[in-house]
Ligand binder design. Structure first.
Ligand SMILES: [Zn+2]
Length: 267
């Protein structure tokens, strides 16, 4: 079984609809034998990859698709937090993603505290975007893991997933987060050509293998589809020198546990 813990809907341009985008996603999942996926909506309302409201409607009754909540803390406050609270209660979202770097905010921003508390209350993870954005290395100053470990220390019950392993500085990210039991990593974008070119494939494989060795529950399969290729990410995980048991954990068991998807019970 494969669970993709980090995907986005394909961009909806002229002549395309969200319904078609979802169908393209489902067919690409099927082609690559991905059984379930967690969709991350944009935190910009009216986004071409779908905002939270669009995504909520779209995945209703889709048993293969799950959703994260998102927030732009510069504009959304109490009312939006209450909305996320109620979506958690109804089981409609399985975590929250924040976008430091896309948004000029730091993970230590005080306005994020209610968001972290909400994740703790429902025992669902917070996913934090990290690393360079394409052609935009400046973005990484906002999501440096040195801020993320401050949050991990302050909120030991908060489960934090670092997306994209702070590429290209994956070794630095590994070292600074080492030993934190509440920090996890998804593999999204790490098999992307630009990411490999800037980071180095050997370094990427080494930090993933080392992270898994330190804590076999800490790495989750993710792709950053539709920006990135699913097949290349599967190949990356299959190329790691890890045990069969650990590969299963990366491909689905860790995500199943962390996002409480309960796949194990349905098997
Ligand atoms: Zn992403």
């Amino acid at each position: 079984m494969i669970i993709d813990a980090h995907i986005h809907l394909p961009v909806v341009k002229k002549g395309f609809t969200f319904e078609k985008a979802k169908n393209k996603l489902l067919s690409d999942m099927k082609k690559n034998k991905v059984d379930y996926a967690i969709i991350i909506p944009d935190n910009i309302h009216g986004s071409a990859i779908g905002d939270l409201d669009v995504s909520l409607k779209l995945i209703e009754n889709e048993r293969r698709l799950f959703l994260l909540g998102t927030i732009d803390i510069r504009i959304e406050r109490k009312e939006w937090i209450n909305k996320l609270d109620s979506l958690f209660q109804k089981g409609k979202i399985k975590g929250i993603k924040i976008f430091p770097g896309h948004d000029p905010i730091y993970p230590t921003d005080k306005r994020l505290i209610p968001v972290y508390k909400l994740c703790i209350k429902h025992d669902y993870p917070i996913v934090i975007h990290t690393g360079w954005s394409s052609n935009h290395s400046e973005a990484a100053k906002y999501n440096n893991p040195k801020y993320i470990i401050k949050i991990a220390k302050k909120f030991p019950k908060l489960k934090i997933i670092i997306a994209h392993y702070f590429w290209p500085e994956v070794e630095y990210c590994y070292k600074i987060t080492r030993g934190f039991k509440n920090i996890y990593f998804d593999t999204s974008a790490l098999a992307d050509d630009e990411v490999i070119e800037e980071t180095g494939l050997d370094k990427i494989k080494k930090v993933l293998e080392q992270s898994i060795k330190d804590n076999s529950e800490s790495v989750l399969f993710g792709t950053d589809y539709a920006m990135c290729d699913i097949k290349k990410h599967i190949k990356l995980i299959n190329s790691l020198k890890i045990s069969k048991e650990d590969r299963e954990k990366v491909f689905w068991e860790n995500a199943d546990k962390l996002f409480k998807l309960k796949m194990r019970e349905y098997r």
